[in-house]
Design a protein around this ligand. Structure first.
Ligand code: SF4
Length: 380
């Protein structure tokens, strides 16, 4: 067994990493420090977050609620120079990516007023305690730490934790109910990124444990490139349940450390988070899923995806024609019976032509009892 040293405190980012893919946490732990240099997109995110922390601190000191683009660009030059950053925390952002950093900072400056007087904390470390089930009916305590970029008061008794997203992905579509809730105060449950859910739960627990007067913690993911945001709230009445859930996840992490680096507990699960994997080349799923680790591999994947889309487009009218005259097409799938055909949309209006579980489909016009009756009558 290859032994691992269990960290005395668990970082929010480690828990979120494990939640996405247990193996990626092990790969991150085993990565030699000289390979810690982030990807250009991650470097852009790091520089942006340093810039925004600097700007918010300045706005807090001056009482300004707007930050001029020119002033922002001056501060950005200081941030890019990284003169006062410890050597091991200097990140490399290629010149080709620099314009995107500039665009993100400009968008932030132009994104409307930011009331910095409501800022409670900027990049402060919060720590909290979580009870972890020990498997023998008892529990032990673990300390969890996190560094929200910023905590902003949301009167009367809430806070907002903004998470500025500098990546390319657009936010999830807002549903009808989300649109209605936008105009009202209160709890929101909009769709966050996978990383956002773990952040929401952990920051929610840390803030509710540290700030007793606060009853609501809203994580707001701000998509700088798209000028939109999505947010979801954790309420104090949910604190115990969420802490129990987090304790169960930490129990899995601790058990994986106990079992050693060779344990099957460090299994891989592929998804969008593979884009921030510390060592995708070491992943056993790399070949199986075609997880890209270079631009060449990403281009190959993109070509396959384009071909698949073209085949789908060409085949759709042919399949619709068959379904029109013969009904839904049953498909045998590993996870049970599926059909291709028309199904009601989850929004309640319209229909989509797609692969679905038969339970989602409208009731079949074929009625077995009626059919039997008809046959009996015909035979009589
Ligand atoms: S490439 Fe994806 S599935 Fe593989 S270890 Fe990394 S995050 Fe997990």
């Amino acid at each position: 067994m290859t032994e691992l040293i269990l960290p005395t405190t668990l970082r929010q980012s480690s828990i979120a990493r494990f939640d996405n893919c247990p193996l990626s946490l092990l790969l991150a732990e085993q990565q030699p420090p000289e390979q810690h240099q982030p990807s250009p997109l991650a470097a852009l995110g790091t520089l942006f977050h340093r810039w925004v922390a600097l700007v918010i601190r300045e706005m807090r000191a001056t009482g300004e609620i707007h930050y001029g683009v020119d002033q922002g660009m001056e501060r950005l030059l200081e941030v890019i120079a990284q003169r006062d950053i410890p050597d091991d925390q200097v990140v490399h952002l290629p010149l080709a990516e620099m314009k995107w950093l500039r665009i993100c900072c400009t968008r932030w400056c132009q994104g409307g007023p930011f009331n910095a007087s409501r800022v409670i904390a900027v990049e402060e470390e919060l720590s909290g305690t979580v009870k972890v089930p020990d498997g023998n009916g008892g529990a032990y305590e673990r300390t969890v730490v996190g560094h929200p970029d910023c905590i902003v008061a949301d009167p009367p008794d809430g806070v907002i934790v903004p998470d500025w997203k500098t990546g390319w992905s657009p936010p999830a579509k807002l549903g009808y109910e989300d649109q209605q809730m936008r105009d009202q105060d209160g709890t929101r449950e909009e769709k966050l990124t996978d990383q956002g859910y773990a952040q929401q739960v952990i920051y929610g627990i840390l803030i509710l444990q540290n700030l007793p007067a606060i009853n609501r913690v809203t994580l707001r993911e701000v998509y700088l490139r798209h000028g939109e945001y999505r947010e979801a709230t954790v309420d104090r009445y949910n604190l115990e349940r969420l802490t129990d859930v987090l304790g169960a996840v930490i129990a899995q992490i601790d058990a994986a450390y106990d079992a050693g680096a060779d344990s099957a507990r460090w299994f891989p699960t592929a998804g969008t988070h593979c884009g921030i994997c510390p060592a995708p080349r070491a992943c056993p799923l790399k070949e199986w899923h075609g997880i890209p680790t270079s631009l060449d591999e990403a281009q190959l994947l993109a070509r396959e995806w384009i071909v698949a889309a073209a085949v789908r487009k060409e085949r759709t009218p042919l399949l619709k024609g068959w379904v029109e005259h013969h009904g839904p097409i049953p498909i045998k799938a590993g996870r049970g019976r599926r059909e291709v055909g028309w199904v009601d949309n989850s929004t309640g209006s319209g229909k989509s032509f797609k692969l679905y579980e038969p339970d989602e489909a409208p009731p079949s016009p074929f009625d077995e009892r009626l059919d039997q009756l008809m046959r009996q009558r015909a035979a009589a």
